[in-house]
Design a protein around this ligand. Structure first.
Ligand code: MN
Length: 429
């Protein structure tokens, strides 16, 4: 495997990058955007510049790297992801060279720059991959314990399987949308407290779930598991993920087959996929397994990532207010264990599949990754700066998630995952 040279912390770009930017030259994420001329292209980002990789390729900047002519002239990253980790690495390394402050090749070529560089405000970010399959895990012990305590009491908070398997379910990919697209409060069936007859109407308990999601490449043939300590070779990168949830719909429908319409009405992701390669220096030990696990789940070395996460709630015409600070490193089961478990029965994964972490709650009440936990099922409403209170998400509230790693002066971030909750459709029957 070739070396990662793109992460050199001393490198500076000839493009302007603000000190607190999520996108220094060491990040080089991948995304898909629409230019002002209505052209869809695969790109990367440095500072507030969107960089057109198809144009760079056409102008010969990737010479020597084995890429098909149209690899970046696509509206999804799936084919590029399929080309494998070696290629992703070579392209990131080359990008770092092209935009290095000491490299004049593109820096001093105004004609090329005009074709390659866009202001981030002038492009429209798209969904970066066509997500074939989407799986959501339930891998934060704090979250599972909080929810279990609320619904089953402290003694039975964790289900007997929880410390043995990374619990997950298959979700739906059609309603996964990029940051910036607004969603609607779902209508559905709910069961009033103490009643045995359901009612129909807008959900009264729309919630966010603070998650991260990883995007896979084609891994294994059907029937063949991915070994836990090779799993990272099959992970392209990570995005922020808001797994919108309607708690009241969930409560009525989830037995016996799990969440259905409570979860599949919308999920929002941040549009730039930050590669695992870019996150190498932020790896940390995973929490200690509290019970022995089967060998296929025994990951060795650092397989967790220190990514600081924040959630902001923004009422209509008001300032966004921070309501949660958590960290991806709190996850009890890491991504390698999740992918090993997902494939141990021979289930195959494809390029562009997405796996959600599950709600990422930390040990303290201000680190809980959902309104359900932050307000303890509505018992302790959040106080907003404008004097209003929130038990769950109100109509026209926006939920904004942010995430970044920081170490030795380098900050690698994910940008924003933002969506506004519009009122429910008034359905007439
Ligand atoms: Mn979830």
């Amino acid at each position: 495997m070739i070396k990662i040279t793109a992460n050199d912390p001393h490198r500076k770009s000839w493009l302007d990058v603000a000190d607190d930017s999520d996108f220094p030259i060491q990040n080089l994420p991948f995304g898909v955007f629409l230019t002002a001329d209505d052209i869809v292209t695969i790109g990367t980002r440095i500072g507030d510049y969107a960089i057109d990789l198809a144009a760079l390729h056409q102008l010969g900047y990737f010479e020597g790297i084995n890429l098909t002519d149209d690899i970046f002239l696509q509206d999804t990253l799936n084919d590029f992801i399929s080309s494998g980790r070696k290629t992703w690495r070579a392209v990131r390394n080359r990008l770092a060279e092209i935009f290095d402050e000491n490299n004049s090749e593109l820096r001093d070529n105004q004609e090329h720059r005009k074709n390659i560089l866009f202001n981030i405000d002038q492009v429209e970010m798209q969904l970066p991959v066509q997500i074939g399959d989407y799986t959501d895990f339930y891998s934060s012990k704090e979250h599972a314990t909080n929810v279990g305590t609320m619904f089953r009491g402290k003694e039975n908070a964790l289900m007997p399987n929880w410390l043995h398997i990374p619990v997950g379910y298959h979700g739906r990919s059609s309603s996964i949308i990029p940051s910036g697209i607004n969603i609607r409060r779902p209508n559905g069936q709910t069961i009033p407290d103490g009643s045995d007859t359901p009612v129909f109407g807008p959900s009264k308990q729309v919630d966010f779930e603070l998650e991260m999601a990883f995007i896979t490449t084609d891994g294994n043939a059907l029937g063949e598991p991915i070994p836990v300590n090779e799993a990272e070779d099959y992970i392209f990168g990570l995005v922020l993920f808001n797994d919108w949830s309607a708690r009241d719909i969930q409560r009525w429908e989830y037995v016996p087959l799990g969440p259905f319409l409570a979860k599949n009405f919308a999920s929002t992701i941040s549009p730039w996929i930050v590669t695992l390669d870019a996150l190498q220096s932020f790896k940390v030990e995973s929490p200690k397994m509290e019970k022995p696990v089967f060998p296929y789940l025994q990951s060795t070395g650092k397989k967790s990532y220190d990514i600081h996460l924040e959630v902001y709630l923004q009422p209509e015409n008001a300032e966004a207010q921070k309501i949660c600070s958590s960290n991806f490193k709190y996850m009890y089961w890491n991504m390698s264990q999740q992918l090993a478990h997902h494939t141990i029965n021979g289930c195959n994964v494809n390029s562009g599949d997405m796996m959600g972490s599950g709600t990422i709650s930390g040990p303290t009440p201000d680190s809980y990754g959902s309104m359900l936990e932050l307000t303890w099922r509505g018992q302790n409403p959040l106080k907003m700066n404008d004097g209003s209170e929130r038990k769950f998400i109100n109509d026209n509230d926006s939920v904004i998630m942010k995430g970044y790693c920081k170490k030795d002066g380098i900050r690698i971030g994910f940008g924003e995952c933002k969506s506004k909750l519009l009122p429910a459709l008034d359905l007439k029957f």
